[in-house]
Write a protein that binds this ligand. Structure first.
Ligand SMILES: Cc1cc2nc3c(=O)[nH]c(=O)nc-3n(C[C@H](O)[C@H](O)[C@H](O)COP(=O)(O)OP(=O)(O)OC[C@H]3O[C@@H](n4cnc5c(N)ncnc54)[C@H](O)[C@@H]3O)c2cc1C
Ligand SMILES: NC(=O)c1ccc[n+]([C@@H]2O[C@H](COP(=O)([O-])OP(=O)(O)OC[C@H]3O[C@@H](n4cnc5c(N)ncnc54)[C@H](OP(=O)(O)O)[C@@H]3O)[C@@H](O)[C@H]2O)c1
Length: 498
């Protein structure tokens, strides 16, 4: 691992982001306004979210109604024209009192995402809030897509990094390692559960800094349950001991992150030093690089799908994806490294045709391949299979890819939208449709690449490839399996799946 000093400066450049032209021009204007501010002014996560998420709903993240002294009518006026989730937030009493189990922002998000069906939880808002939420919820019910507002169920970010001066270099196919830090709000909730002070010194730092930067707050490790079993008794002790041994006494083990474990054993307050010792170190996360050094020297970009989900009433955040999405701001320096790819690269001969299959964020390294081939004038033919949920909101880099198609750099582009029609339609379905041509490319010596989801997509795509080889290459299934295995052995079939 090559950790660098000084780390690169990050800048976020929506000009190359996977937005439509309209979104991009709005975002450019908005971001230009933000950047003209003093760079040292931190953006709130909400602002970042609104500015940079392509799946964003055009909201600017501001909440001018967030004033508990303001009457509901004035709050609703200020929220006019905003997305439903923001109007729902405005209907609440703005006290962030937690009586509903959320803060106002999270309660409205939970209702709109349908994770929370109850509309009467805002105690200080009383009947006024409940009535307004009911009215707004009717709007939600009328439009099945309203919960998404923009239609996309994904929140995917394009992030540009400035590597100048940090000595890092990469080639297309490499990945970028990010050392992220935990969300401070989450850290503070854990400190409150411990009944400790932020400034308690642990490992020569404050407890708050250690919990933010050094330890994982995600799955509760066995060692934490061991610690809990040492400092408690009776049934609690038995339960903690069982969990420490990988058993699941209450059927909730899979959902127990560090905070949920402290809540499960409420009242157990380990000493901060012992607590930190029981946690795992915070690990970096890898992302496929979606830029080419040959095209934009000193720059590097990533295409990141944001991991957020709800368990019970609590919003869970993927560590690094939400760090990149909402906890950094232009100009920040990050701890990063380049992970060299092993067996995932453009062919050595620039004339070799390539077939790239990358649904979702799997498109990232293929954008890099194409930009690189353009920059180096590689004459080989290029065929991209891209797929995602909906054509109108999930077509990443559409302007760029369409321009590459028009210019002839992208010889073929085959698209598959899984949720545009009544039936799922995936990249491998498109591959089967054009199996004859795909086989011809392979027979001409093309390399084939897959990037993206490892659990289902990559296996299904490989199966489709075997079927295509069997059908159009006039082989039995066994022979086709051997043919594909041979492609892999020769380095002509490469994968970057996660
Ligand atoms: C070589 C490589 C390249 C990669 N390239 C990319 C890329 O280009 N773009 C990209 O976006 N990612 C990429 N990834 C994945 C990336 O590294 C991270 O794994 C991903 O961003 C999640 O990390 P996180 O820290 O945000 O989430 P974490 O804190 O690691 O949380 C993720 C975990 O949350 C849990 N989880 C997630 N969703 C749910 C749910 N709905 N319900 C319950 N539990 C859930 C699962 O246990 C999951 O493992 C790549 C991975 C590798 C290894
Ligand atoms: N563990 C899982 O089950 C799982 C599933 C998906 C993604 N992920 C992870 O989520 C992260 C980001 O995902 P992403 O943004 O790249 O998008 P994604 O969730 O992988 O989705 C991209 C596209 O692939 C489709 N898809 C789903 N199953 C498929 C299959 N078996 N074969 C071909 N296509 C399939 C999706 O359709 P639909 O969504 O309409 O089905 C969507 O249109 C990755 O880290 C990935 O590993 C995990």
């Amino acid at each position: 691992m090559n950790q660098i000093t000084p780390p690169p400066r990050i800048e976020i450049i929506p000009a190359t982001a996977p937005f439509s032209e309209g979104q991009r021009s709005w975002l450019n204007g908005f971001l230009a306004g933000m950047l003209s501010l003093d760079g040292s002014t931190p953006l709130s996560p909400g602002q970042n979210d609104a500015v940079l998420s392509p799946a964003g709903d055009g909201d600017d993240g501001e909440a001018p109604w967030h004033d508990q002294t303001m009457p509901i009518a004035d709050r609703m006026k200020l929220a006019e024209g905003r997305p439903l989730r923001r109007r729902m937030m405005a209907a609440m009493a703005q006290q962030d009192c937690g009586q509903c189990g959320y803060n106002c922002n999270d309660y409205s998000d939970a209702i709109v995402s349908k994770a929370e069906p109850r509309l009467n939880l805002c105690v200080p808002g009383g009947k006024e809030t409940a009535r307004m939420l009911k009215t707004l919820n009717e709007e939600l019910e009328k439009s099945p897509a309203a919960s998404l507002e923009t239609g996309s169920e994904k929140e995917t970010w394009h992030i540009d990094f400035d590597l100048s001066g940090c000595g890092l270099d990469y080639v297309v196919g490499d990945s970028f390692g990010i050392f992220a830090s935990n969300d401070l709000g989450h850290v503070d909730q854990i400190i409150a559960l411990l009944g400790a002070s932020h400034t308690t010194e642990v490992r020569g730092k404050t407890l708050r800094d250690v919990l933010r930067d050094d330890v994982s707050l995600a799955p509760a490790p066995d060692t934490l349950f061991e610690l809990i079993s040492f400092i408690t008794g009776g049934a609690q002790r038995e339960k903690a001991r069982a969990l420490a041994q990988g058993e699941d006494p209450d059927g909730d083990a899979a959902t127990l992150d560090v905070m949920a474990a402290l809540q499960k054993f409420s009242g157990v307050r380990p000493h901060p030093e012992a607590f930190v010792e029981a946690l795992e170190p915070l690990q970096p996360r890898l992302y496929s690089i979606s830029s080419s050094h040959n095209a934009t020297p000193g720059k590097l970009s990533l295409t990141v799908d944001c991991v957020r989900y709800v368990v019970g009433k609590r919003k869970r955040l993927g560590l690094a994806s939400t760090f990149l999405a909402e906890r950094i701001k232009p100009g920040d320096e990050l701890k990063v490294y380049v992970q060299k790819a092993h067996g995932f690269a453009l062919p050595q001969d620039p004339k070799t045709p390539i077939i790239m299959i990358g649904p979702g964020t799997g498109v990232a390294p293929f954008r890099a391949f194409l930009l690189d081939r353009k920059a180096t004038g590689a004459p080989g033919k290029n065929w991209l299979f891209f797929g995602h949920q909906r054509s109108d909101c999930d077509f990443f880099y559409s302007d760029e890819l369409n321009a590459m198609k028009t210019s002839g750099l992208l010889t073929r582009m085959s698209l598959a939208w899984s949720r545009d029609g009544d039936k799922k339609f995936y990249v491998q379905d498109r591959m089967r449709e054009v199996g004859r041509e795909l086989w011809t490319w392979l027979a001409e010596g093309a390399n084939i690449y897959i990037c993206g989801d490892a659990k289902r997509m990559a296996k299904d795509v490989e199966r489709a490839l075997v079927d295509i080889v069997a059908q159009f290459g006039a082989r039995s299934t066994d022979e086709a399996v051997r043919f594909v295995a041979e492609l892999k052995k020769k380095g002509r079939f490469q994968q970057d799946v996660y």
